[in-house]
Ligand binder design. Structure first.
Ligand SMILES: *Cc1c(COP(=O)(O)O)cnc(C)c1O
Length: 400
């Protein structure tokens, strides 16, 4: 039912084709656009069939917390795009990440993670896992000797995010994967910033890839969803029981919106990445700018890592303005086109002040340990004309 071989898709198609056609299951009506099945339950032909379905002896849906046709189409499409054996979708990105890191671990286990992580992922590891007796260590993601030391102390699971939030730090996926393999640890990669269009963690040795589909996959700022991608054995043995009983299932409506978003994922991510690269170059020399971070600019401290494992530099950039928080706020308040918003991956360009919003839960010392201070702005570049975006950033920098 839930492997990636079903639907009308062919496995040999390229990701852009899979993004449009992968996983399509047409009903008897032959609809061109994917059908939206809003149903919680399913009628059985007989009591015997109900018994067989519930026992897993006959394929078919039984209850939408376990799986549903529109979510199934999205799962198959995502697996085909990613080149993964299988996928499960969840109600949010955090539904996917919390499941991906909590389901495999038990009391006494140890998790190692990059210091630069999405705030909620870090919260789970720092605050929830200790209650379950799971130990943790955070390392500088670009420091391979730190990874080697911490993974070598014994660990069952490693979580990384690259490019990381908010300063677009890089982690060498292939190198960390090699250390994980040696230690018998599972490597989970949060690939939200790069998307499957630009970076392929499974091909670099990762075991599990997780997404917030809320970001580039919907891409138009409408719905929340998440995804876990991995091999069939791990999914059926570890994740399926967890997902069924813990209940982070995705809404079929949201899955349908993401299915339609995926059809333009590659186009959007490539166009937004080109615009982001251009904007980073355009503002780098402005007198109000202290520093610019863009993964494919050679002055990014982790340029080598990003150049090796990312096809383009991505849709995100970060800029530091001279004059600290006051100047940063003047810049944000001076924007006329770009919205102030902590979401990302949207067709609308968005900017935020991480120190006081997305990363406010971290102390100044913790922020400093990831290179963050109050002068930084994080920007998600959208699909507006790059001339208009450049003009907006320049006029706001003039006010900063
Ligand atoms: C947004 C985001 C998440 C969380 O996803 P939600 O859909 O908001 O739950 C996790 N990781 C990264 C890198 C994100 O940007």
């Amino acid at each position: 039912m839930a492997d990636a071989s079903g639907g009308d898709a062919k496995k040999g198609w390229k990701p852009a084709t899979q993004a449009v056609r992968g996983g399509l299951m047409r009903s008897q009506h032959g609809e061109i656009s994917e059908a939206l099945y809003l149903t919680s339950g399913y009628a059985y032909d007989s009591a015997e069939q109900a018994m067989r379905r519930m026992a897993g002896e006959e394929p078919g849906f039984v209850y939408s917390r376990y799986g549903s046709p529109t979510c199934e189409m999205l799962q198959q499409r995502l697996a085909l795009i990613e080149g993964a054996e299988t996928c499960r979708v969840t109600g949010s990105g955090m539904g996917a990440i919390s499941s991906a890191i909590l389901a495999p671990l038990k009391s006494g286990d140890r998790i190692v993670a990059a210091r630069v992580l999405f705030g909620s992922s870090r919260w789970i590891i720092a605050n929830q896992m200790p209650k379950y007796g799971i130990e943790s260590a955070f390392v500088d993601g670009a420091d391979l000797s730190a990874w080697e030391r911490e993974i070598g102390k014994g660990c069952q699971l490693v979580l990384i995010e690259t490019p990381g939030n908010p300063l677009l730090d890089g982690v060498d996926i292939a190198a960390v994967a090699k250390l994980c393999r040696k230690a018998g640890a599972t490597l989970v990669v949060d690939n939200v910033f790069a998307t499957p269009v630009l970076q392929r963690p499974l091909e670099l040795g990762a075991d599990v890839v997780v997404y917030s589909a809320t970001k580039h996959m919907d891409g138009q700022g409408r719905v929340m969803a998440g995804a876990i991608l991995c091999d069939n054995e791990r999914m059926s043995g570890i994740y399926d029981p967890w997902l069924r009983h813990m209940g982070p299932a995705a809404s079929p409506f949201n899955a349908w919106v993401v299915l339609k978003g995926l059809e333009t994922l590659e186009l959007r991510v490539e166009a937004q990445s080109r615009a982001a690269a251009r904007l980073a170059d355009a503002i780098a020399g402005h007198p109000a700018i202290a520093a610019v971070r863009y993964p494919h600019r050679q002055d990014h401290p982790h340029y080598d890592i990003h150049a090796r494992q990312m096809r383009l530099g991505g849709t995100m950039l970060a800029l530091s303005v001279k004059g600290g928080q006051e100047a940063a706020f003047r810049f944000l308040n001076g924007l006329e086109l770009v919205d102030i918003c902590n979401n990302l991956g949207d067709t609308k360009s968005l900017a935020c002040h991480p120190s006081t919003t997305t990363h406010r839960a971290l102390s100044d010392e913790e922020q400093a340990s990831m290179g963050l201070d109050r002068s930084w702005i994080r920007m998600s570049v959208g699909l507006e004309d790059a001339d208009d975006l450049e003009a907006d950033l320049i006029q706001a920098l003039n006010k900063a």
